[in-house]
Design a protein around this ligand. Structure first.
Ligand code: ATP
Length: 605
């Protein structure tokens, strides 16, 4: 009986799977587990714990690492100033005693729990765990959540808690792909999941591995896993990959990928993770009902914010805020705007098997664009039609690689995210990233990266900051040899925003004694700074010794740009100061090599 199986059995499977390299062995062990412990063929209670990121039966927990840390501290009744509490809160950076588990919350938590929990399993069953997780997701405040953690801690040991934390964070790091898990469960499981996004339904419909399931098409009301784009390095590669095909090039909009399912007046707004974003309904449902001339359809597109004052899309990040404002009846310059770039279902049939060109035609017939509210992304239509002469188009049919290249450059200058190049003869396939759609975008830095850089120069401000340094030139260290301090710094970017006036005053006052004017174009900067000859970004003053300078933590909109102006090979597009790190010694400035590794490791897909 699945539900009465002890959770410790599943934990042993997890631990074994994580340690085993062979994917064949992982699969046969998983099969053995299903055959031995799910004899009633009630697979869902176990599978939802194995693939927690695909389970939509339970609401979200609202628990990221930081809140999890505070719940655990309360549930364990440990003092907030204790080493262990600091370790949990600073899991990313390391607390008083830095261990090797830094950066992995579940492992840091296990270290702390091990000192407090016994090693014997508390006998928790799969059913009990699912019930407690249900309770956790429906609890409305931290006190209620803490109570669930207290119960969990009583009924488990530290190893079991580690896996529970990973389930809550929805990432088990098993090294066992979702594809393999689905495949071992049932040969049709992945296909069925892709068109329903319903793990419970998959587990219930496919109880018998030997009975094949007829391929199911998409349905209105059931989220579909989206068609994805494959990354290419440049326009030439994109053009080669789609050689001989008719190709449409589109702007890559930076919003939320949303599938709109319309069934009469019933509307769903499914995100890429197949969550139904009902908060969009208030702002969008009426406009959609009025301007879509068919009763049932599924649109694929991007939800963005349109700025009516600036007459352009706002930068990414304000969708939720604008949705809330619309719900509360607040007016402003910004409104939600849906850009439909595809249609998957129309009337009574799925149209994903038709070509993109045919689907564009259907979209054109079905949807009446409303400027800044509901747009279609079709060559020579919708968004393109109300751009005035001279403004870049949003989509067009490309005839040669130069047109693709030029459009990519235009979108980057326009601060857009990049471009998507699509084969007009292709079908729309759930979860496919095989290259029917190709994306080109500039390099990225991981959004959670703290970039701790050193101030090496300053620029005078204007207006109320006139006559005082108001912006900074920051640098990265040249990686020093082990156990020595960096000797040279490479100019990296110019940053001015992010600090309050008081914070800026305090920082400038501290650095003022070390500012040296850069008086003459031929006068060289201090020898410990490496800069380019580009006059554009020469600071007005240099900090005359790096040891006296201050580290700034900066963030940006995560986009890096190839740098010609600064000495580092990459710079940041819209950097802002997150905090001044008076606490961090100058010598701990991020080094150039680590930054480049960070850029490359963030560019996986
Ligand atoms: P990224 O972080 O680059 O968006 P991703 O993994 O989320 O990557 P990809 O499949 O690589 O998604 O890129 C496609 C995504 O780009 C879509 O999910 C969608 O949100 C977004 N997008 C923006 N404009 C378009 C467009 N014109 N056509 C298709 N997708 C677009």
């Amino acid at each position: 009986m699945t539900e009465q199986t002890k959770f410790s059995v599943l934990c042993s499977l997890f631990t074994w799977t994580q340690r085993t390299k062979s994917s064949f062995k992982k699969r046969s062990k998983f099969r053995k587990f299903l055959d031995s412990f799910c004899t009633d063929r009630n697979f869902f209670p176990a599978i939802r714990l194995i693939l927690p990121n695909l389970d939509r039966e339970r609401g979200t927990y609202g628990l990221k690492e930081h809140v999890l840390a505070t719940c655990l501290i309360d549930a364990l009744a440990i003092s907030k100033d204790s080493d262990d509490a600091v370790r949990l809160i600073n899991w990313r950076k390391g607390g008083a005693k830095t261990g090797s588990n830094v950066g992995n919350f579940a492992l840091v938590a296990t270290e702390v729990l091990q000192r407090r929990q016994g090693t014997a399993s508390g006998g928790l069953t799969i059913k009990e765990l699912n019930d407690l997780l249900d309770q956790l997701s429906s609890s409305e405040n931290r006190a209620e959540k803490t109570l669930v953690f207290s119960t969990l801690i009583q009924k488990t040991n530290a190893q079991e808690m580690k896996w529970i934390i990973m389930i809550i964070l929805k990432d088990l790091k098993l090294g066992f792909s979702e594809k393999s898990i689905f495949h071992e469960f049932h040969p049709d499981a992945e296909d069925l999941f892709n068109v329903t996004c319903d793990l419970k339904l998959v587990c219930e419909k496919l109880r018998d591995r030997n009975q094949r399931h007829k391929r199911q098409d998409i349905e209105v009301g059931k989220a579909v896993r989206p068609q994805l784009a494959k990354r290419v390095a440049n326009a030439t590669e994109a053009w080669k990959k789609l050689h001989g095909k008719e190709v449409v090039v589109e702007c890559k909009f930076d919003g939320d990928r949303i599938q709109i399912h319309k069934n009469g007046t019933e509307m769903h707004y499914f995100s890429r993770n197949f969550l139904d974003h009902s908060e969009y309904a208030h702002a969008m449902s009426e406009i959609i009902t009025q301007n879509i001339i068919v009763d049932r359809c599924i649109l694929d597109g991007e939800m963005l914010v349109w700025d009516t004052f600036l007459n352009r899309f706002a930068e990414f990040g304000s969708n939720q805020e604008i949705a809330k404002a619309a719900r509360d009846g607040l007016d402003g310059d910004r409104q939600l705007c849906y850009v439909a770039f595809d249609i998957l279902y129309f009337g009574d049939t799925s149209v994903i098997h038709q070509t993109l060109k045919e689907r564009h035609e259907i979209l054109r017939k079905v949807l009446r664009p409303v400027k800044g509210r509901l747009e279609i992304l079709i060559p020579n239509d919708g968004l393109n039609s109300h751009r005035s002469a001279g403004e870049p188009r949003w989509s067009f049919i490309a005839h040669n690689v130069d047109e693709v290249e030029r459009f990519f450059k235009e979108t980057i200058e326009n601060r857009d995210e990049g471009i998507v190049v699509k084969d007009l003869s292709s079908k729309w396939e759930p979860s496919d990233r095989s290259g029917k759609w190709l994306k080109l975008k500039p390099e990225y830095v991981h959004p959670s990266s703290d970039l701790d850089v050193l101030i090496i120069g300053g620029y005078y401000g204007s207006g109320r900051h006139g006559g005082e340094v108001a912006q900074f030139l920051v640098g990265l260290a040249e990686r020093p040899s082990p156990n020595t301090h960096p000797k040279r710094f490479v100019s990296f970017c110019r940053v001015g925003t992010g600090l309050s006036d008081d914070e800026l005053d305090a920082l400038v006052t501290k650095l003022k004694p070390y500012f040296r004017k850069y008086e003459h174009p031929k006068k060289r900067p201090p020898s410990f700074y490496q800069v380019t000859n580009h006059s554009k970004e020469r600071p007005d003053v240099w900090v005359d010794s790096p040891e006296k300078s201050v580290i700034l933590s900066i963030t940006s909109d995560i986009r890096t740009i190839d740098s010609e102006v600064f000495a580092a090979p990459y710079s940041l597009r819209f950097p802002r100061i997150d905090r001044v790190r008076y606490d961090k010694p100058w010598s701990e400035c991020l080094d150039l090599q680590s930054f480049i590794e960070l850029v490359h490791s963030s560019n996986g897909t």
